[in-house]
Design a protein around this ligand. Structure first.
Ligand SMILES: [Zn+2]
Length: 113
């Protein structure tokens, strides 16, 4: 369950940021999670509930903004939405094109009080 460790890092950063703003509680943690980040939304919810215990984010809600995968083909100089895990270019059918977007796992927004 590597999601717990990943979300702990996010939460620690969130707590630092909230304290810098003089906040007592974190109400909402919004994250940007890429569809190619390898993180399942369900396990993320669970990991968040585990990681937030005993922190100022204990009552916080998790909101997840999904980021779609965008690939780039250097042969065709185009960006495209991959239709399979092969990331195959729709024009020249080269597989495993560069992933330009969709691996995000980051803090997007914090609501504190
Ligand atoms: Zn191509």
């Amino acid at each position: 369950m590597h999601e717990v460790g990943m979300i702990q890092n996010i939460l620690e950063a969130a707590v630092v940021r909230a304290k810098e703003e003089g906040a007592q509680h974190i109400r909402v943690v919004q994250m940007r999670v890429g569809e190619a980040s390898g993180v399942m939304p369900d396990s993320l919810e669970f990991a968040f509930d585990v990681a937030k215990k005993g922190t100022i984010a204990e009552d916080a809600k998790l909101q997840v903004e999904k980021v779609p995968v965008i690939c780039y083909c250097s042969n065709c100089n185009i960006e495209f939405l991959p239709t399979s895990e092969l990331n195959e270019c729709p024009e020249c059918h080269q597989a495993y094109c560069e992933v330009r977007q969709g691996k995000e796992f980051e803090l997007a927004f914090l609501e504190v009080s």
